[in-house]
Design a protein around this ligand. Structure first.
Ligand code: GLC
Length: 578
């Protein structure tokens, strides 16, 4: 379809909307937004493309690959933090929010990168890490010297004259969430590593600093913000004792206090609205109500958020049940069918690779299963987030020994396993499978040394399967994961039904097939996904009448007449419904 035709069709759809139409909200306003229609691509900057041979990816590498990014059909890039940092948590410990870590380039390089991306129709989403700073940030250095310094109140303290602080769990530090600083005779709080002290959002001066930082980047052309770990920005600072085992419901106890919404509304008025930028939060609270309170448009807080329920179900080698997967997605979708908008992702820098967790890594099924998962991701309602390398089917790397690990999370867990006398072989087996380091290996561009990622020594070992899984090889193969991904983004970009259409699961109890319809006015699509490594059969409801097939990762037609479908292993099909 050419662009003019699409524009005319869209205009007709929008003009003909009456009450209850899917492109309008309850108050009758049109709800079309770029951040709903686009596909976000996440880049882990140190692993994407190195141009100066220091072994770390850089901004110039992204500039060099802008054609690749454009051809992916994505519309925005979220990049993990690239600010000045001691890199205890690979940049999630920021020492200066306005300065760039020189390994990635200069401010000029950054500006050029954003310009080049914008020219290619790609917005840039900045990772804002303001639940905590680095302990090397000037604010914390001063805060730890004197209780009288204005920066002291930028952090959370428990003063020694009140005795020992009540236990607080830390996500990265097995010794707990408080650390003592002698100069001020007090403990500071850290939800993550001890080098990541939590910022005190109750202090309006701190909040003002953050908004100024966000404005600084918005003025550089940034199109949106990803708010890192933001649900923890508001906590109960009366610090009551928490019951034993509470950390299993971490968010409920450690974050999402009512003030969070006040902060977000303030941020919206100060930054989001005047700069026409978008914001997505990591985390969506622990209930649908929490999530709605964050993202419903009339509340003017955030545009979207992402939750972890389905990602959490695949953290161990035992895997997951398709029935749970279907149920989780369907539940979340129905809770947001009328109001609010969510992000959809299956992988990111905090999880092992997509294909290892949700697909099948065997040579026979790797390509097919990733194609099927990407078809899923790009055909659901919600904004899809794709993590770099998943458009190729990059896999976990084998790291059986703890000596190779550098991640603060992995090292913290190892320390805890040692201290509690866990079976270390079993622990290492699980870590090898689930560690987020699996997802941080260099991008596999071609089959030359170091996968074409760097001419130097890569900061992290390249996955040895790069000779087989790489961009160059997949460019040349029309049936590759990469070319399938491009076909899927094109399909989504050209069919608003895949963005705004209703979602309805069919064949609810089928054990191998996940099937659903997407419907927007007269556009009606059926998505059929075989999640198993076997042929799967089903009878479609009688009223279903199949039209043209729009995407299929096999040559074979799954529709057999009499409303029977037979799907090959990991077959993924999207067809029109008459
Ligand atoms: C978020 C990030 C993660 C980081 C943590 C602390 O969860 O996604 O990578 O380690 O926050 O900033």
């Amino acid at each position: 379809m050419n662009k003019l035709l699409i524009a005319i069709l869209l205009a007709i759809i929008v003009l003909s909307c009456s009450d209850g139409d899917q492109l309008k909200n309850k108050s009758g306003q049109t709800v079309r937004q770029w951040w709903k229609e686009g596909t976000l691509y996440q880049i882990y900057p140190q692993s994407f493309k190195d141009t100066d041979g220091d072994g770390f990816g850089d901004f110039r590498g992204i500039i060099e690959q802008v054609n690749y990014l454009e051809q992916l059909g994505i519309t925005a890039i979220w990049m993990n933090p690239f600010f000045e940092s001691p890199m205890v948590d690979n940049g999630y410990d920021v020492a200066d929010y306005r300065a760039i870590n020189p390994r990635y380039g200069t401010m000029k390089d950054f500006e050029e990168m954003v310009r080049v991306l914008n020219d290619g129709g790609i917005k840039f989403i900045l990772d804002v890490v303001v639940n905590h700073s680095s302990n090397q940030h000037e604010w914390f250095i001063e805060a730890s010297r004197s209780r009288d310094h204005k920066y002291h109140k930028y952090y959370h303290w428990w003063y020694a004259e009140n005795g020992e602080p009540p236990h607080r769990h830390s996500l990265f530090d097995p010794e707990g969430g408080w650390d003592y600083v002698e100069a001020v005779n007090a403990w500071y709080l850290h939800t993550f590593a001890e080098e990541q002290p939590d910022l005190n959002w109750e202090n309006p001066e701190l909040r003002r600093e953050v908004y100024e930082i966000m404005k600084f980047w918005a003025e550089k052309g940034v199109g949106g913000f990803r708010m890192d770990a933001f649900q923890f920005a508001s906590k109960d600072t009366t610090y009551p004792e928490f019951p034993e085992g509470h950390e299993k419901n971490f968010i409920q106890w450690y974050g999402m206090r009512p003030q969070l919404h006040d902060y977000l509304r303030e941020m919206y008025t100060e930054v989001i609205e005047p700069y026409h930028v978008f914001a997505v939060a990591e985390g969506a609270g622990s209930t649908f109500q929490d999530a709605h309170d964050l993202v419903d448009a009339d509340r003017k807080e955030l545009q979207t958020a992402y939750h972890f329920e389905y990602v959490d179900m695949s953290r161990t080698p035992e895997g997951y049940e398709l029935s749970d997967f279907k149920q989780v997605f369907t539940r979340w979708d129905s809770a947001f069918a009328e109001d609010g908008w969510l992000a959809i992702f299956l992988s990111n820098h905090d999880n092992a690779r997509l294909v290892d967790r949700f697909g099948n890594t065997s040579p026979e099924f790797r390509t097919l299963s990733v194609q099927m998962l990407n078809t899923f991701l790009l055909s659901m309602r919600g904004t899809p987030y794709t993590y770099y390398g998943d458009e190729l089917g990059m896999t976990n790397i084998d790291m059986p020994s703890i000596d190779e690990y550098v991640d603060v999370d992995a090292l913290g867990k190892y320390k805890a396993a040692l201290a509690s006398g866990q079976n270390l072989d079993k622990f290492m087996e699980e870590l090898n499978y689930s560690s987020r380091e699996n997802a941080r290996t260099p991008m596999q561009w071609d089959d030359s040394e170091n996968a074409g990622f760097t001419s130097g020594t890569p900061w992290k070992r390249v996955n040895p399967n790069y000779k087989e899984i790489n961009v160059a090889a997949q460019e040349a193969d029309p049936q590759s994961v990469l070319n399938h991904f491009r076909r899927m983004t094109r399909l989504r970009n050209e069919n608003l039904v895949l963005v705004y259409g209703t979602y309805d699961m069919i064949l609810d109890d089928h054990e191998e097939i996940y099937a659903y319809t997407r419907i927007l006015e007269d556009d009606r699509l059926l998505v059929l996904l075989n999640f198993s490594d076997d042929k799967a059969m089903a009878d479609l409801p009688n009223e279903v009448e199949i039209g043209a097939t729009l995407i299929n990762n096999y040559e074979s037609d799954p529709f057999k007449g009499n409303n029977k479908v037979v799907l090959e292993p990991y077959q993924a099909v999207i067809a029109e419904l008459r």
